[in-house]
Structures are given as structure tokens and as C-alpha cells.
Design a binder for this molecule. Structure first.
Ligand code: NAP
Length: 302
């Protein structure tokens, strides 16, 4: 082993310790937040739910322009009007993220009409709320196309320009179900796990790209129409998150260049438990909390 490699090996644990201490200190003191006044933010699924709150939060925190993508014009128009009233330039485009050609076409339109997107928020998703056997094959495919592959197309459409500009951020609204799946949403959980792998890979792949970063958000159940009807056993102990809180914490994380955000932070414990507990004990936790059967009452968007 040469001298340089030997020095690196000795320094490695010191570096690790430094990063752990620094991260712990950062938990106690607020991070320095980056300015959003030059940012052009595109939110997929920005017409309603968490996406609408995200668009409004980016506007509130000073983004220059907001672009909304989605399939339902009425929701997009309403959100766009709300954001314009807040004083931020806002545009909306009908775009189904599962349709690769449409994504590339609309990305070109966005570049021509609005300019370069510097923050891409991959938020659009669907859930069908059925078991593998009960779920229609086309519906199973659709959730993979929207929730996972849609992000491939949007990222391929906007990331190259961010890399050229050495300025940009890709955000993914994932879910804690990517790490702790439940029955009755097998297509959703699989798509979210796959999307998490996509983001982990992308985050590492961008290590050598100055000015371009990623944020992946893993929220617990949030109070939107998506999981309507879902019941946990102790709703007082595990209340759903408010979409506006998810939005605010997401924008804060983007501004602080945070790579992964668990909401609430106690979800870290769930992931840690999963890594060492025997399967039988995990099954007992699922039975005790009711997460095992929580999708039995699922209604979804009506
Ligand atoms: N709600 C929760 O409990 C929860 C928890 C953790 C994570 N999340 C994640 O948070 C994100 C937002 O969910 P939400 O709760 O806000 O759900 P939501 O209210 O159902 O909103 C989903 C959004 O995605 C859009 N969308 C769906 N399919 C699309 C497509 N093919 N192309 C473009 N847009 C599409 C919808 O608009 P159109 O239908 O008009 O296209 C809608 O704006 C999702 O990624 C979800 O997985 C939600």
C-alpha cells in the first residue's frame, strides 16, 4: 500500500466521525437556506393535494416562477390563479407524466415559453388500493408508469440543462411505504420502492456535479384525497400529516440541500427497527398498529 492510500485509510474514520458530529450539530442549529429568487420550479401533480401546497410554498418562500403539470385542467387553473394572486408568475400545462412523448414535448414547450426549469419536483402519483390478485393488470402497469417511470422521463427532460448551467435540484415526493410496505397497496409500495432506488442512485450519481442536488422526501400518511378511507388502529397516536406541513418541510429541505427527509422524523426509528428485528416481531407491530389491515377501508379519490 502506498503512503497516500495509507493516509486515506487512517483519515477515513475521522472523516466519518466529523460528518456524524456535523449532522448532529446541524439538527440543533437551523441550516443556512439557499435563496429561491432565481428558481423556476416545476411541480408534477401540482393541481391538488401535496403538489398544490408545494407550489404555493415555493411561491411563498420566494421562487421566481412556478410551473404546474397535471391531467385535470380545473385543478391546475385554480392553483395557478391562487399562486398568481400571491404575486408569483405561474404557468400550467396538461401533461401525463406516464406518457414519455408528451413529457418530452411539454418540456420543450416549457423551455420555449417559460425558460429553464431549475427545480423539478416529481410529486405526481396514483394508488389503486387493491391486492395483487384483485388489481386489474392495466392499473398495476399504470402505477409503475406514473409513480416510477414518469420520474425517469421528467428527469431526463430537465436534468441535462441543470448540469449545463451547474445549477438545479431534483425533488422526489416518495413515501415511507417505500421502506415499510403494507398489504392492499402492493403496486404503490413497489413503485415507491423502485422510485427510492432511482433517487438514491441519482443522488450518488450527482456527487461530482457541482450546483446540482437532490432531495427525497418520505412522508407518512398525509391528509389528502389519495388514501381516503384508510384507517390505522390508533389515529391519535399516528395522526395523518397536514399537506401544508409536508410542503413547508420539503421546501426547507431543498433550501438546505438535504438529501433525504423522513416525515415525521420518528420514521427513522421504523426504518432502524426493520433492519434488525425478526420478521415475527415486525408482523406483531403491523398487527398491533393496524397497518396490516389499514387498506381494508380504503376508498381513495371519489
Ligand atoms: N397522501 C398520502 O398519504 C401520501 C403519503 C406519502 C407520500 N405521498 C406522495 O405524495 C405525492 C402527492 O400525493 P397526494 O397525497 O397529494 O395525492 P393526490 O391528492 O391524489 O394528488 C396526486 C397528484 O398527482 C397528479 N397525477 C396523477 N397521475 C398523474 C399523471 N399521470 N400525470 C400527471 N399528474 C398526475 C394528480 O393530478 P391529476 O389527477 O389532475 O393528473 C394530483 O395532482 C405522491 O407522490 C404520493 O405518493 C402521499
Amino acid at each position: 500500500m502506498d503512503l497516500i492510500s495509507a493516509c486515506r485509510m487512517v483519515l477515513f474514520p475521522v472523516q466519518m466521525l466529523f460528518h456524524v458530529v456535523r449532522a448532529s450539530v446541524c439538527l440543533l442549529f437551523p441550516d443556512r437556506k439557499k435563496d429561491l429568487s432565481r428558481e423556476v420550479v416545476l411541480v408534477t401533480g401540482g393541481g391538488r393535494g401535496i403538489g398544490r401546497h408545494l407550489a404555493k410554498e415555493f411561491s411563498k418562500q420566494g421562487a421566481k416562477k412556478i410551473i404546474l403539470w397535471g391531467r385535470t385542467e380545473k385543478c391546475l387553473k385554480e392553483t395557478s390563479e391562487e399562486i398568481s394572486l400571491m404575486g408569483t408568475e405561474c404557468y400550467y400545462f396538461i401533461c401525463d407524466v406516464a406518457n414519455r412523448e408528451e413529457v418530452y414535448r411539454q418540456a420543450k414547450v416549457v423551455r420555449e415559453k417559460v425558460g429553464d426549469v431549475t427545480i423539478l419536483v416529481n410529486n405526481a402519483a396514483v394508488v389503486h388500493g387493491k391486492s395483487l390478485m384483485d388489481c386489474d393488470d392495466d392499473a398495476l402497469l399504470k402505477s409503475q408508469h406514473i409513480n416510477t417511470l414518469g420520474q425517469f422521463w421528467t428527469t431526463k427532460a430537465f436534468l441535462p440543462r441543470m448540469l449545463e448551467l451547474q445549477h438545479g435540484h431534483v425533488v422526489c415526493i416518495n413515501s415511507i411505504l417505500s421502506q415499510s410496505p403494507i398489504p392492499g397497496a402492493i403496486d404503490y409500495c413497489t413503485s415507491k420502492a423502485s422510485s427510492l432506488a432511482f433517487m438514491e442512485s441519482l443522488t450518488l450519481g450527482l456527487l461530482d456535479c457541482p450546483g446540482v442536488g437532490c432531495t427525497t422526501v418520505l412522508p407518512f400518511h398525509t391528509n389528502t384525497e389519495m388514501f381516503q378511507g384508510m384507517r390505522v388502529r390508533f389515529p391519535q397516536l399516528f395522526p395523518p400529516l397536514k399537506p401544508e406541513v409536508v410542503a413547508q418541510k420539503t421546501v426547507d429541505a431543498v433550501r438546505a440541500d438535504k438529501a433525504f427527509l423522513y416525515l415525521p422524523w420518528t420514521m427513522h426509528a421504523l426504518v432502524a427497527l426493520k433492519s434488525f428485528m425478526p420478521q415475527i416481531a415486525l408482523e406483531e407491530i403491523h398487527k398491533f398498529t393496524g397497518s396490516y389491515t389499514c387498506m381494508n377501508t380504503f376508498k381513495g379519490r371519489t
